[in-house]
Design a protein around this ligand. Structure first.
Ligand code: HSE
Length: 442
């Protein structure tokens, strides 16, 4: 029997996630109430324009433009507006009024997380954000709760569905980048302006959130190294597969020991990477997301599923809503975000990984030896070299045979690798550095 008073829920934002949350909340209200031990009453949905065309999922009488009054009358505020403002202001208003907040907003968390968590702690409220990373995939709770007794060593995440879709099409259909992006746009994965996805900004926000949680450390967004994936060509994806890899845009969060100072720190980076075909992340197709976690005691874990979509993301939001409602019924303050480790966030130059470097060189005696010496001079150890020769162009007087060298290194630091690449580019025996890709997941 339910004895607790009804809990008043306000939704901010009537877009695809907001309307799905409203609709599921209304449809499954009784079942959720039974799970919580209290009725959950949707008191309103704040939108910019109540007259805007909608699919009717949200009952008209619940729509309002007065977000502030809605916030002040709610026990739980669900922020689904996205972006920095007014989302940040509304979240602060809600927390300061003692309401718990559920948000799917990666941008506001990655940018203003410490301020928001501090506000929640001050009043004993709680900020929930399962939907901010990986859509429907449970990854925030596993990192915050299930793995709270373990030590996370590394996270490799495919956390952007649009770029995974594009790279997957380039790999499986042989599309070039523009064709694959056009298809992603047609299917509604990519926004009209795809910059946030293809340049890695979206993934970098998620990396900041994951790294902060996993390492009990505040990892600011501007400390996340970011490279987009627009330089990845169909040819590159094709030769990666021939070499036994698939190209993925990864968010990589890891513990590191700074080789120069011996200090333990953490690092977060987003960039395209080669993933071995037998790694579980290589099997993540289409617009799906997956987060591969390596922990000291638990070993390797992978969390996989839909990283976006209205109803899928609504599932994660509703899970948070149920948690928040249960907390109200149980009483007591929220659990503060754990940042006790406070590890230094190390720059990309301290990252250590393996690299695949593709060079175009003249095919003549001494070239391989000169290149090997260059690697040795910079302290980078070569693991494997593969050469393919293409004859000079027919009928041209200056046609000289050229070779393509694909060199895979052992683990090396980014700074050693960067100086090696600079030296290679300047070397008279190298016609061009065709590509430099990090190899992850070995
Ligand atoms: N634009 C994101 C993606 C979805 O393509 O995965 C929301 O985070």
């Amino acid at each position: 029997m339910i004895e607790y008073r009804n809990l008043r829920v306000a939704i901010l934002g009537g877009g695809s996630v907001g309307s799905q949350v409203a609709s599921l909340l209304i449809e499954h209200g009784e079942e959720l109430a039974a799970r919580v031990g209290a009725g959950i009453e949707l008191v309103g949905v704040a939108v910019r324009d109540v007259k805007a065309k909608r699919d009717g999922t949200i009952p008209k009488h619940l729509l309002t433009t007065d977000a502030e009054s809605l916030i002040l009358g709610a026990d739980i505020v669900v922020e689904l507006i996205g972006g920095l403002e007014p989302a940040r202001t509304y979240i602060l208003q809600a927390l300061n009024s003692g309401a718990d907040v559920v948000t799917a907003n990666k941008a506001v968390l990655a940018t203003h997380g410490p301020e928001l968590f501090e506000a929640a702690e001050q009043v004993g409220a709680q900020l929930y954000y399962e939907a901010a990373v990986g859509g429907a995939i449970p990854i925030i709770r596993p990192l915050r709760d299930s793995l709270a007794g373990d030590r996370v060593k590394r996270i490799l995440g495919i956390v952007n569905g649009t770029t995974n879709y594009i790279l997957d099409r380039m790999d499986t259909w042989g599309d070039d980048f523009d064709e694959a992006l056009a298809e992603a746009t047609r299917l509604g994965y990519a926004e009209a302006d795809p910059t946030a996805d293809i340049e890695g900004y979206d993934a970098a926000q998620k990396a900041a959130i994951l790294a902060s949680l996993a390492f009990h450390t505040i990892v600011p967004l501007d400390a996340v190294y970011r490279e987009g994936m627009t330089s990845i060509t169909r040819e590159l994806v094709h030769s990666a597969r021939k070499a036994g890899y698939v190209v993925k845009l990864l968010a990589i969060c890891e513990r590191l020991t700074d080789a120069q100072t011996g200090v333990e720190g953490v690092s977060a980076r987003v960039h395209p990477a080669l993933v071995p075909l037998d790694h579980p992340l290589a099997a993540v197709h289409g617009a799906n997301n997956a987060v591969f976690v390596e922990a000291e005691a638990a070993g390797s874990l992978m969390f996989y599923g839909a990283g976006a979509g209205g109803v899928e993301t609504a599932s994660a939001v509703l899970g948070d809503l149920v948690s928040a409602a249960r907390r109200h019924v149980a009483g007591g303050p929220g659990v503060a975000e754990s940042t006790h480790a406070n590890l230094p966030v190390l720059p990309i130059s301290r990252a250590i990984t393996r690299y695949q470097i593709t060079l175009s060189v003249a095919d003549q005696p001494g070239v391989l030896a000169a290149i090997a010496t260059l690697f040795a001079d910079h302290g980078v150890s070569v693991e494997a070299v593969e050469q393919s020769v293409s004859a000079g162009r027919d009928g041209q007087a200056d046609a000289r045979p050229t070779a393509t060298l694909v060199i895979v290194t052992h683990e090396a630091s980014e700074s050693s690798l960067a100086s090696t690449v600079t030296a290679l580019a300047a070397s008279p025996v190298v016609s061009s550095v065709v590509s430099v890709l990090r190899v992850e997941g070995l």
